[in-house]
Design a protein around this ligand. Structure first.
Ligand code: HPA
Ligand code: ZN
Length: 324
């Protein structure tokens, strides 16, 4: 089964590039940039990853970014992820980045996006991994800040396929960003938003993203199963859900294999993703293997989950067909 998973050509739709920063690269960049780290070795750094919910994860995730300063750092980070993706037979990626987590530290928007974009081009030509980039807004920052960053992105629209919404969901509903997402859609960008698992008001947030924001995809969205009406709506709209089993295990102590089976049974479109693979110590194949082992998924079910990732992607129909 592990070989079956490894060999399938796969797509990944929910991976934060900053969440792929491996401790070894952190140490190399820290030394190059003269940044001090609290851990003395990569092993010590990993041992300190003791998150148990979304806020405790986010604290460590944002602190880790302090070593990313120059364009070449963003290039190195992104290229390292694509090398891993190629080794796992991932052929297509829709990649999130969090510009506000960098501009708030004095790193220019252009530095971030240029480094990532150059790696995307090289990964395409040198590794055969195709990708598109999604600008994610931090929902615990203001709507004004999100709008300012959307405007900063205007000269780079050719480098973006969509916008997303991540970070701490508590008291930061989708509706707070309605104007920003409306403008992004006007500009031709696709829309997705995180509705993390078991957060407060999660069903209302799922309702807002479907009915009010009219997103093209939902990140996580596992709690939709509590509402037959929202399940029907997501089916009607043919919208994918980007579920992240190992991330869920850290944040809500469950791989959500029962929920993923239930989604398949109800005819929804769940996809499997790694979210922040360096922090959760599991890339896409490890997510699929863990899920299969816990839930006893058949080869057919795994093939459906992998096909869903291409179907729920924002590739054009002819581009999708080359993978399906
Ligand atoms: N949820 C919210 N914010 C995030 C996540 C996530 O899964 N990963 C990185 N930032
Ligand atoms: Zn995420």
């Amino acid at each position: 089964m592990q070989e079956f998973i490894q060999k399938m050509p796969k797509a990944e739709l929910h991976v934060h590039i900053e969440g792929t920063l491996e401790p070894e690269l952190s140490f190399a960049l820290a030394q190059k940039n003269g940044v001090s780290l609290s851990a003395e070795t990569p092993e010590q750094m990993i041992a300190a990853y003791n998150f148990h919910d979304l806020p405790s994860f986010l604290d460590i995730y944002y602190a880790g970014m302090s070593v990313l300063i120059e364009e070449e750092d963003f290039y190195a980070l992104t290229m390292a992820y694509f090398e891993k993706a190629a080794a796992q037979h991932i052929v297509y990626v829709e990649l999130f980045f969090d510009p506000q987590a960098h501009t708030s530290r004095g790193v220019a928007f252009d530095t971030v996006i240029e480094g990532i974009y150059r790696a995307q081009q090289d990964a395409n030509t040198k590794l055969g991994v195709q990708s598109n980039l999604i600008l994610c807004f931090l929902r615990d920052m203001s709507a004004d800040s999100a709008m300012e960053h959307l405007i900063m992105a205007e000269p780079h629209l050719n480098k973006l396929i969509g916008v997303g919404l991540d970070s701490d969901e508590h008291k930061n509903p989708p509706s707070k960003f309605a104007a920003v997402f409306a403008k992004a859609r006007e500009w031709g960008l696709k829309l997705t938003m995180h509705c993390d698992v078991n957060q407060q008001d999660t069903l209302e947030h799922i309702r807002q993203v479907l009915e009010d924001i009219d997103v093209d995809r939902i990140d996580h969205g596992v709690n939709i199963l509590a509402s037959d009406a929202l399940c029907e709506l997501v089916k009607q709209k043919n919208i994918g859900l980007t579920v992240c089993p190992v991330s869920n295990q850290f944040v809500v102590q469950s791989l959500t294999s029962i929920e993923i089976k239930d989604m398949l049974k109800r005819g929804l479109m769940p996809t499997i993703n790694s979210d922040d693979p360096s922090y959760f110590r599991a890339y896409l194949n490890e997510n699929l293997i863990a899920l299969q082992q816990e839930g006893g998924f058949s080869e057919d079910e795994l093939s459906t989950l992998v096909a869903n990732s291409f179907k729920a992607s924002w590739l054009s129909t002819p581009e999708k067909e080359q993978y399906l």
